[in-house]
Design a protein around this ligand. Structure first.
Ligand code: GDP
Length: 644
């Protein structure tokens, strides 16, 4: 091939492999994608072709041990054992249970049904670990680890069904009869490799964790129903994954349905920047059915492929670190927390500090309910022995002793108490944006936009992107969608340091509370122009912070004293709150404001005072006023900037 500038897709098409496969081969040959795009010489192209052929041949042969049960053969063929039993019975008249041995000749015939030739392996000495696929040179103590996958997508597109199907077919049943437990995550086995699935589908869990600073997901599987297409939550999921920099694999689900239209889904995905490989892009799209299982194996293979390219590694010998996936209080067993091991090894007996609680790992279990003594990276384990229930997203660390654990937790609780009265965490907000931009604290204004119709979403998005920006400042719309402002939007805003702008939508009450507690700037508009103007002003530093008046106290005039030099003092009784010298104040007579200025002097029993609380008498003067009458009310107040 001549040395001309190519795209990876051109090259893949020329060689006759998928772009993903090509990436895999390039990585094995140590050729960077950039290098490949510049053009490859004929020799390298030939080498790639040969490797692709070898891989294709490899895929057509199946290495099996001679001694093998029906279940093992089924696993090797990646089919349910019931299907193998059915073939054996209907075609060869053999009725075998899953644990019965199958004769080699018969196994060969069954494999041939699936277009595979068997390559018999030499017997291996017992206890020897299964041969691992070749991996790249391992630096330090780092070892490849299983990918952690979250399934996202629109409601009813089949996330739960897909997770259930994979769990049913890929989680090895153990002899001790353990029924799979719901612990918030499970590990599936595919071609001898593991994939960790987080078991709470949807983006709420994903974002809630990210909002707490925890990122555990390596790959997002985006489920899109082929009979429904790209929907609002599909777009939201794409934005979440992008914002978190997590690669997306698309599972086009429900292809068993007659009305399924995968092509339409792919064109919709392309419109949202996920151009399918088949169309020259680099988004892997796998048509599947969570109902029949069609395509699910390919999906799993693709997950492994993407994981391999990402070279996910962790050091099992390093200090243990993990994150809580979910936690609950069990009546009999006490607090239970599912912890995903991210680094190092978690062992029974370890003393852990987990968020604001601690404990000793009294026992731990995997997703099949099996007790484990230790757990390595990417393994989710249910841990028993904590003193309290932690929160999803809490970090778990190992400490040397229970005394130290107690100390750390006490310090954390103390620090939290101390910071409670203080100004809470700083967040991006429009009123302070310019200051933050100038101080170099931020360079990007991230916006989450919610509006009532697609038309307004598009119009506002386009107009926002056209706003004038100070040099070096970027405006990013990280999510734009139709619908009310929900708690998930606030979580996303926390995770992504964004402001939330609504147009003709409501802020759900849970979202309102969360926004207030976590100081996320949420603004809702009825007029597009006002929204745009406010953002423009914020970018230019012209947005006035919103102010609010807070009444400090009210006093009633009970007597009037005329002093020498014509000074008139109002003798008052403080009814509520407090009266503060120099604070702005107004005089109200019969419900009408007569005068507005400030408290000029304030005395109690002839002594100057800074403030006088309710229940006391005082003598005061208002600046520029002396026509007090008995029964007048004096209200003093202060102006506060509205904290958003
Ligand atoms: P989730 O809300 O995304 O978790 O969706 P579910 O897994 O609960 O599925 C929603 C509905 O779609 C259920 O009635 C499923 O039985 C059905 N469903 C899911 N996957 C498939 C599929 O591949 N084919 C068909 N025909 N139905 C499916």
């Amino acid at each position: 091939m001549a040395k001309t500038k190519l795209t990876l897709q051109d090259l893949a098409a020329e060689i006759g492999v998928s772009a993903a496969r090509l990436k895999q081969i390039l990585s094995e040959l140590g050729i960077s994608e950039a290098e490949a795009k510049r053009g490859l010489d004929d020799e390298t192209v030939q080498a790639i072709k040969e490797m692709a052929q070898e891989l294709a041949d490899e895929l057509k042969t199946l290495a099996l041990p001679r001694e093998l049960t029906v279940r093992e053969l089924a696993e090797a063929l990646e089919r349910p054992y019931t299907e193998i039993q059915k073939i054996l019975m209907t075609k060869y008249g053999k009725l075998l249970t899953p644990v019965q041995k199958i004769e080699p000749e018969l196994a060969e015939k069954v494999a041939a049904e699936f277009g595979l030739t068997v390559q018999w392996q030499a017997p291996q000495p017992a206890e020897q670990p299964a041969p691992q696929p070749p991996t790249k040179a391992v630096v330090s103590g780092e070892q490849p680890r299983p990918p952690v996958v979250t399934i996202m997508g629109h409601v009813d597109h089949g996330k739960t069904s897909l997770l259930d199907y994979i769990r049913k077919t890929r989680v090895a049943e153990r002899e001790y009869g353990g029924i799979t437990q719901h612990i918030g995550a499970y590990q599936a086995e595919v071609n001898g490799k593991l994939i960790t699935f987080l078991d709470t589908p949807g983006h709420e869990a994903f974002t809630a964790m990210r909002a707490r600073g925890a990122q555990v997901t390596d790959i997002v599987v985006l489920v899109v129903a082929a009979d429904d297409g790209v929907m609002p939550q599909t777009i939201e999921a794409i934005n979440h994954a992008r914002n978190a920099n997590v690669p997306i694999i698309v599972a086009i689900n429900k292809i068993d349905k007659p009305e399924a239209n995968p092509d339409l889904v792919m064109s919709q995905l392309a419109q949202h920047g996920l151009v399918p490989e088949a169309w020259g892009g680099d988004t892997i799209c796998v048509p599947v059915s969570a109902l029949t299982g069609e395509g699910v194996d390919t999906l799993l293979e693709m997950i492994l492929l993407v994981a391999e390219l990402a070279e996910l590694k962790a050091d099992p010998k390093a200090e243990f670190k993990g994150t809580v996936i979910e936690a609950k209080l069990d009546k009999g067993r006490g607090p239970l927390a599912t912890i995903l091991v991210q680094q190092g090894t978690l062992r029974r007996g370890d003393v852990l500090v987990v968020g604001k609680t601690w404990g000793k790992v009294r026992a731990m279990f995997d997703h099949t309910g099996k007790q484990l003594d230790s757990a390595t990276p990417s393994t989710p384990v249910e841990v028993m022995g904590l003193n309290d229930v932690p929160v999803a997203g809490d970090r778990a660390e190992r400490v040397e002793s229970e005394t130290r654990a107690r100390e750390i937790v006490e310090e954390r609780l103390e620090a939290e108490k101390r910071s409670e009265g203080q100004r809470p965490m700083r967040r991006v907000n429009l009123a302070e944006l310019f200051k933050q931009l100038q101080a170099g604290e931020t360079k990007t204004l991230n916006i989450i936009l919610k509006a009532d119709t697609y038309g307004s979403v598009e119009a506002i998005r386009d107009a926002l992107l056209k706003l004038e920006k100070p040099e070096g400042v970027e405006l990013k719309i990280i999510n734009a969608n139709v619908g009310n402002i929900t708690e998930a939007d606030i979580d996303f805003a926390i995770a992504a340091e964004a402001v939330v702008l609504g147009f003709n939508v409501k802020v759900e009450s849970a979202a309102q509370n969360k926004a207030k507690a976590s100081r996320v700037d949420v603004r809702v508009y009825r007029i597009i122009y006002e929204l745009l103007e406010e953002v423009q002003k914020a970018l230019k530093g012209l947005l006035e912070p919103e102010r609010r008046e807070v009444v400090l106290g009210t006093a009633e005039v009970r007597a009037i004293f005329r002093l020498s030099k014509g000074i008139v003092v109002a003798g008052c009784y403080v009814l509520d709150g407090k009266i503060v010298r120099n604070a702005p104040a107004r005089l109200i007579r019969n419900g009408e404001v007569i005068h507005q200025s400030k408290i000029a002097t304030l005395r109690h029993l002839k002594e100057d005072r800074r403030e006088i609380p309710a229940g006391y008498e005082c003598g005061l003067t208002l600046e520029g006023f002396d026509a007090y009458q008995e029964g007048d009310r004096i209200e003093c107040y202060e102006i506060q900037e509205v904290e958003r």
